[in-house]
Write a protein that binds this ligand. Sequence first.
Ligand code: NAD
Ligand code: LMR
Length: 337
Amino acid sequence: MFAVRRLNVETAKRAFSSSAANATKVAVLGAAGGIGQPLALTLKQNELISHLSLYDIVNGPGVAADLDHIDIDGKVTGYTPDNDGLKHAITDATIIVIPAGVPRKPGMTRDDLFNTNAGIVRDLANAAAQYAPKAHMAIISNPVNSTVPIVSEIFKKHKVYDPKRIFGVTTLDVVRASRFASQMKGTSTKKEKITVVGGHSGVTIIPLLSQTSSNFTDDELKALTHRIQFGGDEVVKAKAGSGSATLSMSYAAARFVNSLLRALKGESGIIEPAYVRSPLFESKGLEYFASNVELCHDGVGKIHDLGPLNQYEKQLLEAALPELKKNIAKGVDFVHK
Ligand code: NAD
Ligand code: LMR
């Protein structure tokens, strides 16, 4: 991973001036958590970031002090809510990554997290809209299907909404899809590049396995689709009450942030999946949808359509749309209630 990332970083640095590369602040909100800490460690090693700003209601400064002993150039600062910590953490940030909030325990759905996490994300988005209205927002906190609409509605309220700058991070779904397909077929993950669309929970996660180069039997298709849709549950179950995916998620989020940074610095042709304001299913009343998105100098560029779907994938899509619509409405209503 690091070899690839370093290469990507080098490409971006060659293409753009090092002075531009030297002025990039990335803030992580929820930085002392299970995702936040390994994500901060990986971002500390990203040479495209000049200032890593870490905020958490507990231990933000502790995590920052620890990372600041690493012999890699760049500033690291840490904050708690004291002394306007959130404001200082996000002011001038190019990207704000939000993994703040509670994770699932066995038996819970992501939507069960709504009551706690919606308020956390709303408050962080309120601060971002005030102090960092130009930042690109990368939302990890679940339920992503609803938290992205929450952030968007808050930005609309503050009249600083730009849909090109608000992303739900769904990278883990394609990371898992690649891994699970390679395990099933005994191939390299490098061969298994799978498009995953829809949203980020259960049936709203739609892998488009007909578009890959590998062939699957009907039974394999069903088993693999189910594993990709419910991969998060495997980790929740294995962690047995102590949380959900953190390490694979921090890997996925670091990949997304690195791709976005490269694109913001002007590199072209960078495509990542993301849950964004999308025209794809607007006619069916869905404002947001995850699909492959070309990232560009100001955020969301071309939103790729789904391509050809087989009958099975059409059924998956039919099952996903009503659930996604409900999740979106819940987020929107929460802000306006
Ligand atoms: P965690 O409990 O380990 O960490 C969350 C951190 O958020 C804690 O350090 C906590 O102090 C902090 N926090 C709580 N309220 C805060 C606030 N108001 N401001 C700043 N920080 C605050 O949880 P985790 O395992 O890191 O997961 C975090 C979230 O990410 C969960 O909602 C989880 O469901 C979600 N998640 C999403 C994906 C995805 O693919 N998008 C993957 C894994 C986890
Ligand atoms: C995941 O996909 O691992 C995350 O959304 C966390 C979870 O609750 O499963």
